[in-house]
Ligand binder design. Structure first.
Ligand code: GUN
Ligand code: ZN
Length: 648
């Protein structure tokens, strides 16, 4: 089994999952195939909706003489007539629904191996939300024991070891970390069906986050029994990779049509508000009149069209870096989901999510409502402003909000203020709070779009944050007095000063407090683009230290810059540390693969610039992280750092 990140956003990711029956793309949905009653065959699902993998139930197969002998003879792929990957479940859910069903925890794993399931599942103990902590803990301990025993007999089948723990976050985290220790390859989050059925999305969110906190980050996560697309965007943003759905048939049997943010009874529809092939072919009246089995089939197809179109929307959002926007928009369609998303306002959740958030995007940060201000990226920026930003002095001038880029619009004011006095801090009011004017082109300040009138919750949060940021500083009024620039200094000199200030502030925000001091302790030369006039390359004593990226207004680090940061910042700050064996590869110009990483600075974030060193802290090269520390240390395949320059 191989699981490799291809693209990421929020704590979500697009991955390639390699199985014996081919490579599939996640996040994805596995339609549940009831082997007793196949209403749409997997082959047809592949043709109609692009289904790549399905899930069926080994307990049902094993308990039906006919199905069992066919499965044993032809394998589960022969039985379902499908050559893509197939996952099997174990009978846990049947035990939960029907009470004590007879199934042996090891026999069912052996059986799944025998019928050549690609991903088999242990017979975990379904932890219900109404359990006491003690009951839930008992179930968790037994689930872990069964996982350990099952691992010994699984052969080369991937074994899904379900994370249980009812609604107790610490039990979920405990279960996830214990299961991760036994080195299994696939982690469903179980026991959540009753939460979803009762729209307890806040509890569901807590279960997912707690499980993710404990689990090995390099492994696929499956949200067991989550079939309604309303939950997909949030679950993916929190790091779920797989869903399974029997909802498409269940709802169809009940005459209900699934939509991205709700379900509607066919009886309540005068027309079909959808343009899938089914809804394009039928009118609501025709569908209502259809013979029962045909009607169920058609609604089931509609339900799958909608579910897969939602999966595609989510993947597109990851590709475009706007998954949080999709989450916020979906959340606004359901009060229970609003409650859940508001859990993300808690500091410990923001702190956890921030680690996975990439440094910058090539798309603007788009406001959708009062949740936007709580995005992990904004949390990061506020934190970095507080911890890394060097104020020029205790005195600041706060200029009103204006058009972007602020520094261009306030050209004259900058000139006046700095020709008068060099150590006045200039801030501009922005929707994100007062920002230093020289950071105006850095992501996300320039690349964010807010409405003219911002909601009162956001205003309140921004005000609170500003208070913290400006604590101990004094505002002085801006007076539009005449300044004779000719007399004091030349125009150019002041803007040179501003350029240096800009480089200094961005470098500190990006690399850490005083990074600028470390990088530039000599003659600074700035080379600008002839076309745009923007800063391109920065030299110190004729050595190329940094280049500025036009897209996000941040720096790429050059080898000579890395030498300075390496000298100034103590180990392991900014570093990715690799094994001795991997050193020749780096010197040969290859990238850093996760399996060679022995340690890493926990301040580094995906897409951060980093310094690559060996275990003796010898500088080897520089590059861009693709993973954070937790991920670098857990993945054993795929790239960790894209190397840009290396020592010879
Ligand atoms: N299907 C839905 N929920 C569960 C669960 O918790 N465990 C297993 N094995 N299957 C499920
Ligand atoms: Zn439709």
């Amino acid at each position: 089994m191989k699981f490799e990140i291809k693209k990421r956003d929020a704590a979500g990711r697009i991955c390639n999952f390699t199985t014996k029956h081919g490579i599939i793309k996640t996040p994805t949905l596995l339609p549940v195939i009831n082997p007793n009653k196949v209403i749409i065959s997997p082959k047809e699902m592949k043709r109609l909706f692009g289904v790549e993998m399905v899930i069926t139930n080994s307990y049902i197969i094993k308990n039906n003489e006919k199905l069992r002998s066919r499965a044993v003879e032809e394998g589960v792929h022969g039985l379902l007539d499908f050559d893509g990957p197939i996952m099997t479940d174990s009978g846990t859910f049947q035990s939960y629904v029907y009470g004590n069903v007879k199934v042996d925890p090891l026999e069912i794993v052996e059986f799944q191996r025998e019928i050549e399931s690609d991903v088999g599942t242990i017979l975990d103990i379904f932890g219900t939300p109404d359990q006491t902590r003690i009951q839930a803990k008992r179930g968790v301990i037994e689930t872990i024991n069964r996982a350990k025993q099952s691992m010994k007999i699984k052969g080369d089948m991937v074994l899904a070891c379900t994370i249980q723990g009812s609604v107790y976050p610490e039990l979920r985290e405990f279960c996830a970390s214990k299961l991760s220790e036994i080195n299994t390859d696939f982690f469903p989050i179980g026991g959540v069906v009753p939460l979803m059925e009762n729209q307890r999305y806040s509890d569901l969110l807590r279960c997912i986050i707690a499980s993710k906190r404990g689990v090995n980050h390099s492994k696929p996560i499956h949200l067991f029994g989550a079939g309604h697309p309303i939950i997909f965007p949030l679950a993916v943003a929190l790091g779920c990779d797989f869903f399974d759905s029997s909802a498409y048939v269940k709802y169809a049997n009940d005459n209900r049509l699934i939509f991205p943010d709700n379900t509607i009874k066919l009886d309540d529809l005068d027309e079909l508000p959808c343009s899938c092939p089914i809804c394009s072919k039928y009118t609501a009246r025709e569908l209502k009149k259809e013979e029962k089995s045909t009607r169920i089939l058609q609604i089931a197809k509609h339900n799958l069209y909608i579910s897969f179109s939602e999966i595609k929307k989510i993947r597109t959002a990851i590709m475009n870096g706007n998954l949080w926007e999709l989450v916020e928009r979906r959340a606004n369609s359901n009060p229970y989901l609003i409650d859940a998303v508001q859990e993300l306002r808690k500091k410990n959740n923001k702190k956890w999510l921030e680690q996975f958030e990439i440094i910058s995007k090539n798309k603007a940060l788009f406001y959708t409502g009062n949740q936007t201000i709580h995005r992990p990226l904004i949390f990061r920026i506020q934190k970095r402003l507080k911890e890394r930003y060097n104020f020029l002095s205790n005195k600041y001038i706060l200029l009103p909000e204006t058009k972007k880029p602020y520094s261009k619009y306030y050209n004259k004011e900058i000139l006046k203020i700095f020709s008068n006095k060099k150590d006045i801090q200039i801030l501009v009011k922005s929707p994100l709070g007062p920002i230093p004017i020289e950071l105006d082109e850095m992501y996300p300040f320039a690349q964010s779009i807010f409405p003219n009138k911002i909601d009162s919750h956001t205003r309140h949060i921004v005000k609170e944050n500003s208070k913290k940021f400006l604590d101990g500083k004094n505002e002085i009024p801006y007076t539009d007095e005449e300044v004779n620039v000719e007399e004091s200094e030349t125009y150019n000199k002041i803007f040179q000063y501003f350029d240096i200030r800009k480089i200094s502030s961005i470098a500190d925000m990006q690399f850490g407090k005083n990074a600028f001091k470390a990088l530039f302790n000599g003659d600074i030369k700035i080379v600008k683009s002839k076309k745009t006039g923007k800063i391109r390359n920065i030299y110190c004593n004729d050595k190329h230290i940094l280049s500025m990226r036009a897209g996000d207004g941040m720096f790429t680090l050059k080898l000579d810059g890395a030498l300075k940061l390496h000298e100034y910042f103590k180990y392991p700050y900014l570093r990715v540390i690799i094994q001795k064996d991997a050193v020749p590869f780096i010197i040969d110009g290859k990238s850093v693969f996760a399996k060679f990483v022995v340690d890493c600075d926990d301040n580094l974030r995906p897409y951060d610039e980093c310094i690559i060193v060996d275990e003796k802290d010898t500088l080897l090269g520089i590059g861009r992280c693709l993973l954070n520390k937790i991920e670098m240390l857990s993945f054993d395949s795929g790239m960790a750092v894209k190397v840009r320059e290396h020592i010879k």
